[in-house]
Design a protein around this ligand. Structure first.
Ligand code: HSE
Length: 463
């Protein structure tokens, strides 16, 4: 440490006593893309970190699985690298967990807390599965648990929900919290690529994993939605409470249909509080191109928050990547380190509201339905009756003639009338209704003899 107030730093607020303060020992679990970036910043910007915290942060070890790997780019003393994470967490004041997954991350975090360390983690899967247990351990051992990096990477989002909005009533959190799927859907929209091609492009750019299941099936977004809903509504929501649909079934035809509606398809995480309880869901949906979320391109993330007093808030930025995620981790590290220096703790779990989690069938949503129907009298009435039967109100209907590929041999197939093969494409957008009623309507439509095919069904959000 060499933090000296002097002429060249006369505008600095560096406290000359900082370097003399007892260093806080930092253990880093994981030296991948995020861990590496955290280690580099801690090393290269040690003086600034010390000044902001009020004490030096001393990196005392980096736990890795493969010790032989060249880590010279991190600029850390190679002797800090260890495979003994269990021992490392017992000799730290602050533990940063960026290895991900459930185990051994959970055991290591619990062990670190038992030994009195505050924990900063980016582990959304673990928080969504076992957050209350981690919070309970943090409370028992009087340590901090911070996890800004677990949702939407660099975007300051959890701290606003946990702290800035703690006096407000949050009603809705709506966002794009998975960059990989946003990239894939954006490519499908802008280039007409199919799903598989777009995933390959995402993999080539390093956005998608070799096995993209967690992203494309919505598991990653569902874990993040559970964390967001828990904080927003002061209610425990786990990953398994979240209704989850991924983007693997989104076809170029769906994307083209959205374009015709002047909409774009996005994988949305939607957390809503109603009088009946809390609804948390992740699914692809059409949103109007005029909606701010429609302009979220490539692998970026963005989240809308609606609160009673604050009104609408929007958060936007990079949701993944080493440096952006490290930014969130380091912000948390400075926060928990400051508590060590100044005393006190950050907020613990707030689940007092304990609101019921509503089933997906109760969620109020709107549907877009594209049908291939026979074009003859009475068809529209039968289709409309299917909606009415389930008490679903239609907002708009558009009909378009579809050229009949059998026109050329109409006489060969012996049709009695000139228009018996005539087909039309019906596009129906509903008003909001319970999701169960909407899906029952679609099932009824599939059974109608006048419906030759259901081309596309998608929820509509954001208008
Ligand atoms: N795989 C995630 C995404 C980043 O694509 O957004 C880490 O949460």
């Amino acid at each position: 440490m060499d933090v000296q107030p002097g002429p060249e730093r006369e505008d600095s607020h560096v406290d000359s006593d900082v370097s003399a303060s007892t260093p806080l020992r930092v253990a880093l679990l994981g030296a991948g893309v995020v861990g590496g970036a955290v280690a580099r910043h801690l090393t290269e910007r040690a003086d600034d970190m010390a000044a902001r915290v009020g004490a030096p942060l001393a990196l005392v070890g980096i736990a890795v699985r493969r010790p032989g790997r060249d880590r010279s780019d991190l600029g850390v003393d190679p002797s800090l690298v260890t495979t003994d994470a269990e021992q490392l967490v017992t000799r730290a004041d602050l533990v940063v967990e960026v290895i991900g997954g459930i185990e051994p991350a959970r055991s290591l975090i619990l062990r670190a807390m038992e030994h009195g360390a505050s924990v900063v983690t980016a582990n959304k899967a673990l928080l969504a599965e076992d957050g209350p247990r981690l919070y309970a351990a943090a409370a028992e051992h009087r340590v901090d648990l911070y996890y800004e990096a677990a949702v939407a990477g660099a975007i300051p989002l959890l701290r606003p929900l946990r702290e800035s909005l703690a006096g407000d009533e949050v009603r809705k959190v709506l966002g794009i919290v998975n960059g990989t799927t946003n990239y894939v859907l954006d490519k499908m929209d802008t280039s007409g690529a199919g799903f598989e091609d777009a995933v390959e492009q995402a993999q080539a750019l390093g956005y998608a994993e070799a096995d993209p299941t967690a992203d494309v099936e919505g598991f990653d977004a569902a874990a993040k939605a559970a964390i967001l809903a828990s904080l927003a509504f002061h209610t425990r929501v786990s990953g398994s409470d979240v209704h989850r649909e991924g983007i693997t079934d989104v076809t170029p035809a769906d994307v083209a249909a959205a374009r015709e509606m002047d909409c774009v398809v996005k994988l949305l995480s939607i957390c809503e509080r109603t009088d009946a309880g809390v609804s948390v869901r992740v699914h692809p949906a059409m949103i109007p191109r005029s909606h701010p979320l429609a302009g979220v391109r490539d692998a970026f993330n963005a989240v809308f928050v609606e609160a009673d007093a604050a009104g609408q808030l929007m958060f936007y930025g990079r949701g993944a990547g080493g440096e952006p995620t490290a930014s969130a981790v380091l912000g948390d590290l400075v926060a928990v380190a400051r508590h060590r220096v100044g005393g006190g703790l950050g907020p613990g779990e707030s689940s007092y509201a304990d609101l019921p989690i509503l089933p997906m069938g109760d969620a109020q949503t709107r549907y877009y339905v594209s049908l291939d129907v026979a074009d003859r009298s009475g068809v529209l009435a039968k289709v409309a009756a299917a909606f009415a039967e389930h008490n679903v109100s239609i907002e708009t209907v558009r009909q378009r003639m579809v050229p009949d590929e059998r026109d050329g041999d109409r006489h060969d197939v012996g049709e009695a009338t000139g228009n018996s093969n005539a087909r039309a494409n019906l596009v129906i957008v509903t008003h909001a209704a319970p999701d169960a009623a909407l899906s029952a309507t679609v099932e009824s439509l599939r059974t109608l003899d006048v419906v030759r095919g259901v081309n596309s069904v998608m929820r509509v959000e954001g208008s």
